[in-house]
Each structure stands twice: as C-alpha cells, then as structure tokens.
Write a protein that binds this ligand. Structure first.
Ligand SMILES: Cc1ncc(COP(=O)(O)O)c(C=O)c1O
Length: 418
C-alpha cells in the first residue's frame, strides 16, 4: 500500500498518538498498580456532573428539541440562533460586543485548530511559504502534527527565569523573530504542558506585532477564561480585532461532548466555515444545545469558579507537597515550572543522564505513565537541554497514584544520576 505524504506524516509515531495509546493500554488491564500521570483527561467531579445531568435532562424534556437534535443537520459552524446567543453571552467576558457571525462551533477545539493552522501556514496563495510562530515553547503537543505541510513551525529559545527554590518560568524571547516568514501566531494560555500563563505585557507586545505584520493571533483558552478559568491570579484575556480565541467544553468536564468555540473577525470565521463544510459537513448538535442551556443558566461560570478552581487548586497543592517530599528524600535535582494554570506539572531534571524518552520507557515498565517533554518543541532549531530533560505530569490524580508515580520517577532519576 502506498500512502500519501500526509498519511505517512500522521502515522509516524507522534505525541498525541503515543499518549492516546498509553491511555487505552493502561485502562484495558487492571488499574490497581498503575500511576497514570500522562493524560489530559479532566477529573470526573460528581458535583459538576450532577449539574450537567440536569442540563441534559432539561434538553430531553423540552418540546421537540430531542427529535431536532437527533434528526437534523445544522449549519457547518452552528445555527445562526445559537451563534448569536453565544456572541451576546460571551461578549461580556471578553470586554467587547460580539456578533453571531464572529462565532463558530467545531467538534472540539482540536478540530478548529486543524483548520486554523492550515489556513495560515505552508504555501500561501501568493506562492510564499509561511510559518506558525510559537512565541514561547514548550507548547501544546496537539498543534505539532496538525499541519499538512512540513517544517511550518517557528520557535525561539525561551528566556528562563529562576523564581525561587526548585521553581522556574519560561518567558517570551522577543529577539530574532523572522516576522516576514510568519503567517500566524499561536499560543495556549494557560499553556499545556508547562502551566505558564503569559504575562499581559508580553501578550500586548505580541498583539501589537501581530497588527503591524497583519497576522492572526491565535490564543487557545482550553484551560483559560471564562471557563474552566484555571488561570490562578492572572488577568483574563479580552478580545480585540485580529485575535482568534478558542474555548472548549472539554476541560470543564465534558470532553465527550466535543465542542470547541472560536471567536474571531468575520473574515476568519467565513474561511473556517468553508473548511468545516468540507471537512465536517456540520458541527454536532449536542454541544450547541448544551451551550444554549449553559448560557441561559450561567452554568459554566458558576461551576468554574465554585467547583473547578477550588478542586484543581487543592489537587495541585497536594501533588506539589507529595512530589517535593519524595524528590527531597531521594535527593533528586529538579525544578518545576511555576504552575500558574491548567492541569499539568512540567518538571526539569538538570543533567539527567538518560533522555526523557528513556525515562518515559523505564517508568512505563513499572506501570508509571508520564509524557516525555521532547514532543513539545516543534520549530525549535537551536540546541536546548530542556528538550531532553523535561517531563509532563498531570496533577489530577489521587494522592496514592501521585505518590507511587513520584517514588518511581525519583528512584529512576536518582539511580541514573551522575
Ligand atoms: C491546550 C489545549 N488546546 C486544545 C485542546 C483540545 O481540546 P478539545 O479538542 O477537546 O476541545 C487540548 C486538549 O488537551 C489542550 O490541552
């Protein structure tokens, strides 16, 4: 069988695939002795699930909507009515007035990104070749394999700030960006994998550059404001022309619904709508129905601020305490990226004598699943020790699982230390 180049590219082992395979094999056997610290699944929180159940039940019992939900295609990026209601509802959280034609729904924000990244990178209509600027890497694993053309990412070495014992932070490096080769800018805020929440002044600098160079500025708010709002004390994003914001229902605890929302200028929404018509025919109906119900009841804001933020804040503190105690016991040399938001801990082991891929493989043999950090640096051409010395862990697991995982990681790292 001869495969196309794009099929070949996708079937090469990539980060997302290895993560999803781990998830599958970990869950298919006994889970008793497994520490699954790899995935990005939100925690199932019964308090939030009860509220979601009520929303679904009210949709099921209201008039004819179930038949229409099951029996009708909607438009490629959602019904006009739901888009308009969404614009009116979300505008106030982004400090602006939005219109329905500035909103588009997709089957997950991952689905939206595959269209966005391919709209603004690769071979352009004038024959030029443009890249996607990832302003601070490490960046989300899910962008890397989405593009149909090769070598489309551009990334600079980040600045590293040491901000306390065993804590550091990546910061935007404004030097040496080849603006004339860039087609768009993409960042997640908070960033998966590091938990970085980009400072407002850096974001404003990027925004001004994006306007000067006529580039869309894509900001992925999967973990950001207004839901699930896991941004700690950092300032929320406000929408401005030229920005493309993406929201997701996944990290509030509804990854099975597959709903992503894009907020952008109408010109960009109409490009995305063409992609959606060809690639999806239409976005699914359940997510839109839930959106309408959520906006009416202000559901997600309440859940985010009163359930998710306290829950994840508490989980994070517990995980940090466990990891710090165990790493100290084994005298592990490490620093953790300041966890400002999101679900993950990004850990750097300076002078790690094995690579992070070998660390991942050794941990896996002991039923501890982590994600090797090497996946998260697309577009970086400069040598950088962090590409081989970092790992990502989710902190959304229970105490015992985190302790077991931390103990095994600490044992392996200290055993192999120089
Ligand atoms: C930063 C980020 N963006 C986007 C996504 C995709 O989310 P979904 O397609 O479920 O909306 C994820 C999922 O893990 C993510 O971590």
């Amino acid at each position: 069988m001869i495969l196309s180049r794009i099929a070949k590219k996708l079937t090469r082992s990539n980060g997302i695939q290895s993560l999803m395979e781990d998830l599958g094999s970990a869950w298919s056997g006994s889970t008793e002795n497994i520490a699954f610290l790899g995935g990005g699944n939100p925690t199932r929180i019964p308090e939030a699930e009860t509220i979601y159940r009520k929303s679904v039940e009210s949709i099921l019992t209201s008039g004819k909507s179930l038949e229409s939900l099951l029996g009708d295609y909607t438009s490629p990026v959602g019904s006009d009515e739901t888009r308009q209601l969404t614009a009116e509802y979300l505008g106030k959280f982004f400090g602006t007035t939005l219109q329905g034609n500035q909103i588009a729904f997709f089957n997950g924000s991952q689905n939206a990104y595959s269209f966005l990244l391919n709209s603004f990178s690769g071979t352009m209509e004038d024959g030029s070749f443009k890249r996607i600027l990832l302003p601070v890497i490490p960046e989300y694993i899910g962008y890397a394999d989405q593009t149909w053309e090769e070598d489309v990412f551009f990334a600079n070495l980040p600045i590293i700030e040491n901000i306390g014992p065993n804590r550091f932070r990546y910061k935007l490096n404004k030097e040496n960006i080849a603006w004339e080769t860039i087609g768009c800018i993409a960042l997640s805020r908070p960033t998966n994998p590091t938990g970085n929440v980009m400072d407002m002044e850096d974001l404003e600098w990027l925004y001004q550059e994006s306007r000067k160079n006529d580039l869309p500025l894509l900001i992925d708010l999967a973990y950001g404001n207004p839901f699930p709002n896991l941004i700690g004390q950092k300032e929320p994003i406000q929408w401005k022309p030229g920005m493309v914001l993406s929201l997701s229902f996944s990290k509030v605890g509804l990854p099975g619904v597959r709903l992503g929302i894009i907020i952008a200028d109408t010109e960009i929404i109409s490009v995305l709508s063409s992609f959606a018509a060809v690639g999806n025919l239409a976005v699914g109906n359940w997510g839109q129905a839930l959106a309408k119900s959520f906006w009416k009841e202000d559901t997600l804001i309440g859940i985010s601020n009163h359930i998710l933020r306290p829950y994840y804040g508490n989980k994070l503190q517990i995980a940090l305490e466990i990891i710090e105690e165990i790493f100290a016991k084994y005298k592990v040399q490490y620093t953790i990226h300041e966890p400002e938001g999101g679900f993950f801990l990004w850990i750097h082991f300076p002078n790690l004598p094995i690579s992070n891929i070998e660390l991942y493989q050794t941990c896996k043999k002991e039923n501890v699943y982590i994600v090797s950090g090497h996946y998260f640096f697309p577009g970086l051409k400069t040598q950088f020790s962090h590409t081989e010395e970092c790992i990502r862990l989710t902190y959304c697991r229970d105490r015992k699982e985190i302790a077991r995982g931390a103990e095994i990681i600490a044992r392996i790292v200290s055993r192999t230390a120089k």
